[in-house]
Design a protein around this ligand. Structure first.
Ligand code: PLP
Length: 514
């Protein structure tokens, strides 16, 4: 253990034998000091180099923590001056901290699992009010929610004699909704399943929890893409899994680099790799299934945003190609309808049906009936199909606008993830500031763009994308905001003492980047 207490030192204790990463420990402790009022708004934070020296760890680890605290609104970086506790802390975090403070003496005695630094996905938790243009990935535009029709169906299902408010429902979910999902998966994703293989969940996050309850215990080897979705990696960590990073490239997860044996579970995002947006090639899909069969491993296929395919048709889902019964499929309505609905589903191979239903029943005896019934009517009436078409139209225009704005200001930019989804990845050329610096520069000018290590992704730290890739979501910013936000980044770069040699036809000279 290392205890830091010196001039300008912050009391941080690192436990090198802990299951929790060093990054997670520092993040947690700094956040607690801020929320507990021990570090007051406006207080300076030691330079990353200083804290790294004191803790005898790499500076990069500290930088990643600072990036994340900045992105989530706890810290603020002032150019050429230093890093400070944000003057305006996220209110919901403060309220939560007050509640925790009153419970603290009891909790510290009874909580035996280490805290996992996943604060959930709620946008309210993040302090983005100071941002004029926020390209946070995968957030939806609230104005596009179909309020009127949704209310109509809530009214329809909740009045009359056919309601199920007073009784427990099937823990697997409403049969009619599961039938519709099974039909949809057959048509849209090439997956042939019976409705009893589907468990309705509170978003994909609960589906991940169910899968982990079935398959993960202390030291289970779980492989994930590197980088990957933090909601998955941190969840497996919370079950004490041992995580194994597997590199990704333009064809998705590099199957050749998977361990040959020992892995129980692999979490993968084949349609639109999170966060880089690559699509797993068909050749690799088949090799992956072969690997799972040989290893005796299960695969969780997270198909979080395949409803938004802009070019061509999506490849058949992994589960649709699976003859061995080793794939579990995660679907969600968080991207098509809204994350606040908390509606998703897990599709399990036949042998796991009973175990998954029992796990769901133990957790909460099944998903809330009203949401499921409303969603069923929404799909049955054709309103869901219309809504999806409308969303695709808006979001594809925003995607095109973002690509055009980046090209306009920075020339032939290298982008990935354009075919589908609600965000893209921008791979910066060598002569640009690195992703972390550009993120900080943009933030200081009121624009949110996100490096891989900023908390938007789980980065094991050794990927080729760690330093030079930025993630930009385009679903919650309109076309005006997209143009203005990218313009502002271009202006900020041009104002640097040594601007990178980008330029455009509009006056900054020729283009750089591959
Ligand atoms: C890779 C990935 N999977 C799943 C989700 C959705 O999670 P949920 O369905 O729990 O809202 C997200 C949300 O951003 C995501 O990025």
């Amino acid at each position: 253990m290392v205890l830091v207490k010196e001039k300008m030192a912050i009391p941080i204790v690192l436990d090198h034998s802990s299951h929790q990463s060093l990054q997670g420990q520092i993040f947690d402790q700094l956040r607690h000091l801020i929320l507990g009022g021990k570090l007051k708004p406006g207080a300076p934070i030691p330079a990353s180099r200083v804290l790294a020296e004191q803790l005898a760890i790499s500076r990069n680890t500290v930088l990643l923590v600072y990036d994340r605290l900045i992105a989530e609104g706890y810290l603020q970086s002032r150019r050429a001056i230093g890093t400070y506790v944000n003057l305006e802390l996220p209110e919901t975090s403060l309220a939560a901290a007050r509640r925790v403070a009153t419970l603290a003496p009891v909790l510290t005695e009874t909580v035996i699992r280490p805290t996992i630094p996943f604060i959930g996905q709620s946008p309210i938790e993040r302090n983005t009010r100071h941002l004029d243009f926020d390209f946070f990935p995968d957030r939806l535009d609230p104005d596009l929610f179909p309020h009127k029709i949704w209310h109509r169906y809530i009214n329809k299902v909740s009045t009359g004699t056919n309601t199920h408010f007073s009784e427990y429902c099937d823990p697997g979910g409403l049969p009619s909704l599961r039938e519709m999902i099974a039909d949809h998966l057959g048509m849209a994703r090439g997956i042939s399943v019976s409705p009893d293989q589907i468990i309705i969940t509170a978003g994909s996050q609960e589906g991940l929890n169910l899968a982990a309850r079935l398959l993960v215990k202390d030291a289970t080897l779980v492989a994930t893409e590197n980088p990957c979705y933090p909601g998955a990696a941190l969840l497996f960590e919370s079950y004490y899994a041992k995580l194994i990073p597997v590199p990704v490239d333009e064809a998705g997860l590099d199957v050749e680099q998977l361990p040959k044996s020992g892995v129980t579970l692999l979490y993968v995002t084949p349609s639109h790799q999170y966060p880089l947006g690559f699509t797993l090639s068909i050749e690799r899909r088949l090799k992956l299934l072969d690997w799972a069969r040989r290893c005796g491993a299960y695969i969780i296929e997270d198909d979080y945003d395949s409803d938004f395919q802009y070019r061509g048709s999506p490849l058949t889902a992994l589960m649709g190609l699976d003859d061995y019964g080793c794939v579990m499929y995660l679907g969600t309505f968080s991207k098509s309808m809204g994350a606040g609905l908390r509606l998703g589903y897990l599709v399990v191979p036949r042998v796991l049906i009973q175990a998954a239903r029992s796990a769901k029943a133990l957790l909460n005896n099944g998903h809330a009936w009203l949401d499921q019934a409303t969603m069923t009517e929404f799909i049955r009436s054709g309103a869901y199909g219309n809504h999806l078409r409308r969303m695709r139209h808006f979001y594809s225009k925003r995607r095109d606008c973002l690509i055009e704005a980046l090209r306009h200001h920075f020339g032939s930019v290298r982008l990935s993830g354009l075919e589908s989804g609600l965000h893209l990845a921008w791979h910066l050329p060598e002569d640009f500031p690195d992703a972390r610096k550009l993120q900080a520069l943009a933030l200081s000018h009121g624009v949110g763009i996100y490096s891989i290590g900023s908390g938007t992704a789980y980065d094991y730290g050794k990927s080729v994308y760690s330093a030079r890739t930025l993630i930009l979501g385009f679903s919650s910013v309109n076309e005006y905001q997209i143009r203005a936000g990218i313009q502002r980044i271009a202006d900020a770069l041009a104002d640097l003492p040594v601007p990178p040699p980008f330029s455009t036809a509009t006056g900054r000279g020729a283009v750089v980047s591959s």
